[in-house]
Design a protein around this ligand. Structure first.
Ligand SMILES: Cc1cc2nc3c(=O)[nH]c(=O)nc-3n(C[C@H](O)[C@H](O)[C@H](O)COP(=O)(O)OP(=O)(O)OC[C@H]3O[C@@H](n4cnc5c(N)ncnc54)[C@H](O)[C@@H]3O)c2cc1C
Length: 368
C-alpha cells in the first residue's frame, strides 16, 4: 500500500517536497490555508502583466539541482535584475558599486574607495570590540559611517520598525558591495523568471496523480488526526499555530499600487529602494519584469504594516530559542518542520526547493 504524507503549506518548500514524494510513489495530501498555491512567491495576471503578490521574486541560484528542478515545470527566462536606491545624493545603483561610490563620495572611484576605507578604519577604532553585536555596528564597521547614513539607516529603521542597533546582526550578511559597474543585483550563475509566472509553474509542479491539494484549509493545533491518518506529516508554515501558541515574531509588509515616475528615467531598473525618506521601503515596476519597461501602470510599493503578511522572521536570540523549542515539540508529536517560516529564517527560493526535496528524500531513503 502507498505510504501517505500530509504537507502543511503549498509554497516552494511544500510543493517541492510534495512532488518528490509523489514521484517516489507516495500519496500526498497538501493542506493550504489560502485559496491559491505558491505561498509568498505566488503571482497573478493583470492586463497582460504578471504581478508578484508579495514583493519582487527573482529566481537566482548557483545550484544546478535547484535550477533543473524548477525548469521541469515551466520555461524560465534569463533576467538581468537591476535596482536603484534613492538617497539624499540622488539615485544610486543598488547594491552599492563603483557608480554608487562615485556619487556617494562625489569623486572618482579610486578616491571614493580610499575614503570609504578611511571611514571603515575610523569606525573600527570607535566600535573596537563591538563589531559583531548588532546590525548597526556591523554595517558602520563594514561600510563606513557615510554609506550607513545615506543608504542604510532610514531603510533599515523603517523596514524593521526599530532602531538598527536592535536589528539582528545576521541581516547584515545579506548586504554586499559589487566591485564593478554592471549594476547587476545578483551575481549567481542563473538569474531568471518563469515565463508564465510562478503560479503557473506551481500548478505544473502540483499536477501529479499522487498529489491532492486542499485549499482554504488551515491546519491548527488539532494534530492527532493528521499524525494518525498519515505516515508522515511535514509542516512548512509557522510552528506556533500548530501548538496552540502565538506565531513567532515576524516583520509584516503591506503592498499597494503607487505612481513612481522615476522609473521612466531608469527603464532598465525594476526596483527602487527608498533609502532617504517616506513611508515606503521599496517599489517594484512589474512592467519591467514583463518586458514592458516604459509602462508605469504596474508599480507596487511595500511598507511595513501590523496587518500585513508575515514575511521576515525577526531572529533575535530569544526568538530563535522560542522557535527551536517549538520545532522540537512538534518533532516529538511526529511533525517534521522545514521552510521559510517552518525553520524561521530567511531562505531564497532555491534553498526552499532544496529543503523541500531534501526532507522528502531523507524520508524516502529511510523507508528503503
Ligand atoms: C518580500 C520577499 C521577497 C523575496 N524575494 C526573493 C527573491 O527575489 N529571490 C529568492 O530566491 N527568494 C526571495 N524571497 C524568499 C522566498 O519568498 C522564499 O524562499 C520562499 O517563499 C519560501 O517558500 P516556503 O514554501 O518555505 O514558504 P511560503 O511561501 O511562506 O509557503 C508556506 C505556505 O504555507 C501555508 N501555511 C502556513 N501555515 C499554514 C497552516 N497552518 N495551514 C495551512 N497552510 C499553511 C502558507 O499559506 C503558504 O502558502 C523573498 C521573500 C520575501 C518575503
Amino acid at each position: 500500500m502507498k505510504k501517505k504524507v500530509a504537507i502543511i503549506g503549498a509554497g516552494f518548500t511544500g510543493l517541492s517536497a510534495a512532488r518528490t514524494f509523489a514521484e517516489a510513489g507516495y500519496d500526498v495530501q497538501v493542506f493550504e490555508k489560502e485559496e491559491t498555491i505558491g505561498g509568498v512567491c505566488s503571482d497573478y495576471e493583470k492586463d497582460g502583466c504578471i504581478i508578484q503578490k508579495y514583493g519582487p521574486h527573482i529566481f537566482h541560484t548557483n545550484d544546478e539541482t535547484a535550477y533543473k528542478f524548477v525548469c521541469r515545470f515551466g520555461e524560465m527566462k534569463k533576467f538581468e535584475h537591476r535596482a536603484k536606491a534613492r538617497t539624499k545624493m540622488g539615485f544610486i545603483d543598488y547594491p552599492i558599486n563603483y557608480n554608487s561610490l562615485e556619487i556617494l563620495y562625489a569623486t572618482d572611484v579610486e578616491r571614493a574607495i580610499h575614503m570609504m576605507n578611511d571611514d571603515i578604519e575610523i569606525a573600527k577604532t570607535i566600535f573596537e570590540g563591538e563589531r559583531d553585536r548588532n546590525f548597526r555596528v556591523a554595517a558602520i564597521c563594514n561600510l563606513g559611517q557615510r554609506i550607513y547614513d545615506e543608504v542604510i539607516h532610514h531603510y533599515t529603521k523603517l523596514q524593521w520598525q526599530r532602531d538598527p542597533h536592535q536589528v539582528p546582526f545576521e541581516v547584515f550578511s545579506r548586504m554586499r558591495i559589487s566591485y564593478d559597474r554592471t549594476g547587476l543585483f545578483f551575481p549567481d550563475r542563473w538569474v531568471c523568471l518563469p515565463v508564465k509566472g510562478y503560479s503557473v509553474l506551481f500548478a505544473a509542479m502540483a499536477n501529479h496523480p499522487n498529489i491532492h491539494i486542499q485549499p482554504r484549509h488551515v491546519v491548527a493545533c488539532d494534530l492527532d488526526w493528521l499524525t494518525d491518518e498519515y505516515d508522515y506529516t511535514i509542516n512548512t508554515g509557522p510552528c506556533g499555530i500548530l501548538l496552540g501558541e502565538e506565531n513567532n515574531e515576524t516583520l509584516k509588509l503591506e503592498f499597494g499600487y503607487i505612481d513612481e515616475p522615476a522609473f521612466s528615467l531608469m527603464p532598465q531598473h525594476g526596483v527602487i529602494n527608498y533609502c532617504d525618506s517616506g513611508p515606503f521601503t521599496r517599489a517594484t515596476n512589474y512592467g519591467m519584469f514583463n518586458g514592458i519597461p516604459g509602462c508605469l501602470d504596474f508599480i507596487i510599493s511595500e511598507r511595513p504594516s501590523k496587518n500585513g503578511l508575515e514575511l521576515y522572521p525577526v531572529r533575535t536570540k530569544n526568538n530563535i530559542k522560542i522557535h527551536e523549542d517549538q520545532k522540537e515539540r512538534l518533532m516529538r508529536k511526529g511533525v517534521h518542520t522545514v521552510g521559510r517560516l517552518g525553520d524561521y529564517k530567511y531562505i531564497n527560493m532555491d534553498q526552499a526547493v532544496l529543503n523541500g526535496i531534501g526532507i522528502a528524500k531523507s524520508i524516502i531513503e529511510w523507508e528503503e
